[in-house]
Design a protein around this ligand. Structure first.
Ligand code: PEP
Ligand code: MG
Length: 574
């Protein structure tokens, strides 16, 4: 019988092949007292140097095969190898505690890993995996253990691993490695991000793939639904072969739409934009034909470091994005930290309800110097493209007015300094708090645009924490209250001649696209890989028919009935 494991669908597609289970190298690290401290430090530094050489080779290969943005992970690893807190830290430990290099390295890296993993934030947790990756490399050199080489795979394979570090994924030869599954990880883990950019099917977080699968088993990775099927029988194989062929056919069709318009059968055009976290995401944005950036989450510039980013550093990042997008609209969101995204160096107070606390625009309006620096960088960058500034978590008109006044003030100062600033920079808000959605008509008179942040709007409207599995059933995008709030926001914008977008995950969902089109949404911003499927769907729909659908949906009493209606009426194309 086919054994099936459930995991998280991390990268779309279906792969079939014999499994290669990546064994963790045996590493027994014992604490030993040493006699010759200097020789031990030299041995440690040699291991660091060998690791550097190795990483440089991997970085060059990645640069060649996958481009600059992916190679940057290895620049980050090389920086860890130069970080005095770690490298000097280990040397000092060897000296002060009179211990062997392996033990000192392990203790120090474990301490940093625990620190980063303890942060209540996905992105920071991923920094832990960088340190784990680098310290493992040094330890292997110290112990003289050979690293299992994924680069040696020479036949069609799916890789099964506890986790795949960035250096593991960089070694995958995509001629042979057709997909992978891991025990740990979520949709934002390095392995998942890499799989999406390499466009190979992947399932992460299966918990027990390495225990259940043996090298040589036949495995199907279903990256569409998040299943891993082990030694499938013939019927299952045939079903999946059909599913794979269908998906591949669909992908070929989508690829043809890269330069096409996002237009309905009755000639209504919308903008399909992408969400990004760093300028490194731009290649995917362009190759997937996004018509703009609907959300640039600038908080990543502020995270994973010990101090605020300078004006210059921010200016460079914003300028890069604006220039690469060549005058296409780029909505940059001002700092949205607090809640689940902490900045340890700001020493913010611990709160009982951080999602309802001192965060985002609330924090920026208090920390005015920090906010002014970001606004200066943004406005200076505005001269290089089509910038729109967006404020997060706005709950009251006073907040918007104060933030807007700061923009005006900073602009005036820059002009006096003789700096170039674009004539017109739109300022808008995220609508992610129900109070704002309820008085959208009043906001619409003052803002230039709205972007509906459903990730938060849903959690605040239904009072269901977006991180809690226990109340996940209440986190309902199609709840009539959400649809009505979305309609209220779009109508309010249009009544004042403004535009309304959406940058929450909902914007790219197949069930949502026809409803949002029918409600009149102008801009849909989503992860880059969702743009082409969404374009294909938009091009198959009639605006008029989606209007009728939305009208009916908004009268339905439950989320379930709304989703069923969309399906029953044939609005889901794939
Ligand atoms: C949202 O809340 O919908 C949103 C896009 O912002 P974030 O997911 O960054 O909170
Ligand atoms: Mg949000």
């Amino acid at each position: 019988m086919t054994n099936t494991l459930e995991g998280i669908a991390a990268s779309k597609g279906i792969a079939f092949a014999k499994a290669f289970v990546l064994e963790q190298p045996e590493m027994t690290i014992e604490k030993q007292e040493i006699n010759d401290v200097d020789a031990e430090i030299t041995r440690f530094k040699d291991a660091v140097n060998s690791s550097k050489e190795e990483l440089q080779i991997i970085k060059d290969k990645t640069l060649n095969d996958m481009g600059e943005d992916k190679a940057e992970i290895f620049s980050a690893h090389l920086l860890v190898l130069e970080d005095p807190e770690i490298i000097e830290g280990v040397s000092s430990k060897i000296k002060d505690d009179n211990v062997n290099a392996e033990h000192a390295m392990k203790e120090l890296s474990d301490m940093y890993i625990t620190m980063f993993e303890g942060m209540d934030n996905e992105y920071m947790k991923e920094r832990a995996s960088d340190i784990r990756d680098v310290s493992q490399r040094i330890l292997l050199h110290l112990l003289g253990v050979e690293n299992t080489s994924l680069a040696a795979i020479q036949e069609e394979t799916v890789v099964i691993a506890e986790d795949l570090t960035p250096s593991d994924t960089a070694q995958l030869d995509l001629t042979y490695v057709l997909g992978f599954a891991t025990d740990i990880g979520g949709r934002t883990s390095h392995s998942a991000i890499m799989a999406r950019s390499m466009e190979i099917p992947a399932v992460v977080g299966t918990k027990e793939a390495t225990k259940t699968v043996s090298t040589g088993d036949t495995v199907i990775i279903d990256g569409l639904e998040g299943h891993v099927l082990i030694n499938p029988d013939e019927t299952v194989v045939n079903t999946y072969k059909e599913k794979q062929a269908e998906y591949n056919r669909q992908k070929e069709e989508w690829a043809k739409l890269v330069s096409e318009k996002s237009i309905t059968t009755d000639e209504h055009q919308v903008e399909l934009a992408a969400n990004i976290g760093t300028p490194n995401d731009l290649d995917g944005v362009l190759s997937n034909g996004a018509q703009g950036i609907g959300l640039y989450r600038t908080e990543f510039l502020y995270m994973g470091r010990n101090e605020l980013p300078s004006e210059e550093e921010q200016f460079e990042a914003y300028k890069t994005v604006l220039e690469k997008m060549e005058n296409k609209p780029v909505v940059i969101r001002t700092l949205d930290v607090g809640g689940d995204k902490e900045l340890p160096y700001l020493n913010l107070p611990q709160e009982l309800n951080p999602f309802l606390g001192f965060r985002a625009i609330r924090l920026c309006l208090e920390e005015k110097d920090m906010f002014r620096t970001q606004l200066r960088a943004l406005l200076r960058a505005s001269a290089f493209g089509n910038l729109k500034i967006m404020f997060p978590m706005v709950a009251t008109l006073e907040e918007f007015r104060e933030a807007k006044a700061m923009v005006e003030d900073v602009k005036e100062t820059l002009i006096k300094e003789g700096q170039a600033v674009a004539d017109k920079v739109e300022t808008g808000i995220m609508v992610e708090i129900p109070s704002t959605a309820a008085i959208a008509d009043l906001f619409a008179k003052e803002v230039d645009f709205f972007s509906i942040g459903t990730n938060d709007l849903i959690q605040y409207t239904l009072a269901a924490d977006r991180m809690s599995e226990k109340v996940a059933h209440l986190y309902q995008p199609y709840h009539p209250a959400i649809l009505r709030l979305v309609k209220n926001v779009i109508d309010a914008a249009h009544n004042e001649g403004k535009w309304a977008g959406m940058c929450g995950e909902m914007a790219g969902e197949e069930t949502a696209v026809p409803l949002l089109l029918g409600l009149g949404l102008d801009e849909f911003s989503m992860s880059a890989t969702s743009v082409l499927p969404a374009r294909s769907q938009v091009r198959s729909l009639s605006k008029k028919e989606t209007e009728a659908l939305a009208e009916e949906a908004i009268q339905l009493p439950t989320s379930k009935e709304v989703a069923e209606l969309v399906e029953r009426k044939g609005f889901i194309v794939s």
